[in-house]
Design a protein around this ligand. Structure first.
Ligand SMILES: [Fe+2]
Length: 109
């Protein structure tokens, strides 16, 4: 069995994105899916640079950047994407909220 070096919360967040990509074809989206995925990757890069400068936990920052527009992936549109993102983020926090909270507290202490 292969073991992953990706932190659990990052893998779980990315899994939400990957599973959501199957919801729509590009012609049903306001921008191609690839553009949304590039936006996520760019957000991770930029936020990680800032997090490193400020001594913040890069895992938490990465999870936040992966999920910050998660509602756009299954809906394909900007309007309402914030609320569309609530259920998947809530699901992740149910499973990993304690882990992320502890990491956040220990990294910001
Ligand atoms: Fe964004």
């Amino acid at each position: 069995m292969k073991t992953s070096r990706t932190p659990k919360a990052v893998a779980a967040a990315w899994d939400i994105i990957v599973k959501s990509t199957r919801a729509l074809d590009d012609e049903d989206r306001d921008v191609p899916l690839a553009q949304d995925l590039f936006h996520i990757l760019g957000s991770i890069k930029g936020a990680t640079l800032l997090a490193n400068k400020r001594g913040l936990d890069p895992e938490i920052i990465t999870v936040a950047m992966i999920l910050h527009d998660v509602g756009r992936i299954p809906t394909g549109v900007f309007p309402g994407h914030d609320m569309a993102g609530v259920p998947p983020v809530r699901g992740l926090l149910k499973g990993m909220g304690d882990l992320l909270r502890k990491r956040w507290i220990s990294s910001s202490a």
